[in-house]
Design a binder for this molecule. Structure first.
Ligand code: NAD
Length: 440
């Protein structure tokens, strides 16, 4: 159960960030950027005008007004959205975000972005996104529950296990998903766990979802190392951010892949030990003191210094836009696995590509979460619960295949991995649209 007072606003970082992986300027709105991204991939693919036209329009956009009885007895009306971009490959899929800055423009862009993300992973799903304009920090748990249930009711006609399957996003988590499932199930008259993913395990959530994003990062980094003839066992790695993604990546990389985690950081700063950090002890220290910087057996470094350490692998797993034109030239890592959304600016991307650094883009590197969401949906439809080993094994198969698809595309189109990932995605969705045809 979440505690409203412990909401972590550091998650804001994934806001616009999800779209900063486009090679375009920050000045555009998210939707403009998403369209520019699409154009870039479509140009490389020589895509027909008709398909471009279809992909440039979300299939459905819904705005709902949500009256909620506040704790003071008054009614407050919140605005919510659900944008369904494309379902040519399967039911719409995408998270629900609670934030004061949620706008239709942003939700629309994030929905298109989800279409590409599910397609890169070759999941039989489409792309959607939802959001409510609200500041969850100022709401009580009761108000959040009433708001969430009202939103679930308002969009209940357009979601469903075979229509549109939402999930958590910024400031929503397992508890919100449980409320949405419950509200939808009551309306339908039977339990329908497959209407939403990211649920608590007790009510149909999947094992392995907690660290799935980090596991996905580790898997694609190992693949990249193989391509670059770097021995993953003993390869050095620096990880920026020690939250959900960063700390789990450190544990998985050290314990399961035998990598040497030499540096980690959080918002207070970083720590470095060239002989390798004891990740269990660092985690214990973070739990005890709230920061990794009090860990004794390491020297202190800044977050900026961490990025330019002499390591084989760099995993940005905190903020957006930390790798910029100012530090890209100094980056020594041969592989960058983007755990965070949008950590690399377009200018830095170009510099790194010229230098021969392999940047595994966010749309691919951090998609382990949505992949296990897909597994959760499949388990719900089958009324099964897979053992953890099965979830992790299938995650690995999906991520390895996706990495190699994108890698091949980067060779074919002589482009960076980020652009290659988009071409793979746009091409798959376009083929589905063409094969299915337009009716009526
Ligand atoms: P989190 O809030 O659990 O952790 C964020 C970490 O970043 C914390 O350790 C925090 O101390 C650190 N941090 C904050 N400011 C920093 C700074 N200035 N310098 C260095 N570190 C700083 O968040 P998370 O869930 O681990 O997400 C991290 C990134 O990964 C975000 O970009 C998020 O959008 C992305 N992502 C997460 C998931 C997921 O499943 N959690 C999935 C896809 C993408």
């Amino acid at each position: 159960m979440f505690n409203n007072n412990t909401y972590k606003y550091s998650n804001f970082i994934c806001f616009d960030a999800e779209l900063t992986n486009s090679n375009f300027t920050q000045k555009s709105t998210p939707w403009e950027m998403a369209l520019q991204q699409l154009k870039k991939a479509a140009d490389l693919l020589n895509l027909e005008e008709d398909i471009r036209e279809i992909l440039s329009h979300p299939q459905r956009e819904v705005q709902v007004s949500l009256p909620v009885r506040m704790d003071n007895g008054k009614i407050k009306v919140f605005i919510g959205y659900r944008v369904q971009h494309n379902n040519a490959r399967g039911p719409y899929k995408g998270g629900i975000r609670y934030h004061p800055n949620v706008s239709l423009d942003e939700v629309r862009a994030l929905a298109m972005w989800m279409t590409w993300k599910t397609a890169v992973l070759d999941l039989p799903l489409g792309g959607a996104k939802g959001g409510i304009v609200c500041d969850p920090k100022t709401l009580s748990q009761g108000e959040i529950e009433r708001l969430t249930r009202r939103y679930a009711y308002a969009i209940s006609g357009i979601i469903g296990p075979y229509e549109d399957v939402p999930a958590p996003d910024v400031y929503t988590g397992p508890q919100h998903m449980a409320w949405i499932m419950d509200t939808y199930s009551i309306l339908k008259g039977h339990l329908e766990p497959g209407v939403i993913t990211g649920k608590p395990v007790e009510v149909g959530g999947s094992l392995g979802r907690n660290d799935s994003t980090s596991r996905g990062v580790a898997i694609v980094v190992a693949e990249a190392a193989r391509k670059l003839n770097i021995n993953i066992k003993g390869a050095t790695v620096a990880i920026q951010g020690f939250g959900n993604v960063g700390s789990n990546a450190a544990i998985i990389m050290a314990k399961e892949y035998g990598m040497k985690v030499v540096a980690v950081s959080d918002s207070k700063g970083g720590i470095y030990n060239k002989n390798g950090l004891n990740v269990d002890k660092v985690l214990a220290e973070k739990e005890k003191s709230g920061t990794v910087t009090t860990y004794k057996d390491a020297e202190k470094i800044t977050n900026d210094e961490l990025l330019t350490l002499d390591v084989d692998v760099l995993v940005p797993a905190a903020l957006e836009q930390v790798i910029t034109k100012d530090n890209a030239e100094k980056i020594k890592a041969k592989i960058i696995g983007e755990g965070a959304n949008g950590p690399t600016t377009p200018e830095a991307d170009e510099i790194l590509y010229q230098k021969g650094t392999m940047v595994i883009p966010d749309i691919l590197a951090n998609s382990g979460g949505v992949t296990v969401s897909y597994f959760e949906w499949v388990q719900n439809l089958e009324r099964l619960q897979w053992p953890l080993e099965q979830v992790n094994k299938m995650l690995e198969q999906k991520m390895v295949k996706a990495f190699n698809d994108v890698y091949e595309a980067s060779k074919k189109y002589k482009t960076d991995m980020r652009t290659a990932a988009l071409t793979v995605a746009v091409s798959r969705v376009s083929q589905a649209i063409k094969l299915r045809g337009i009716w009526p």
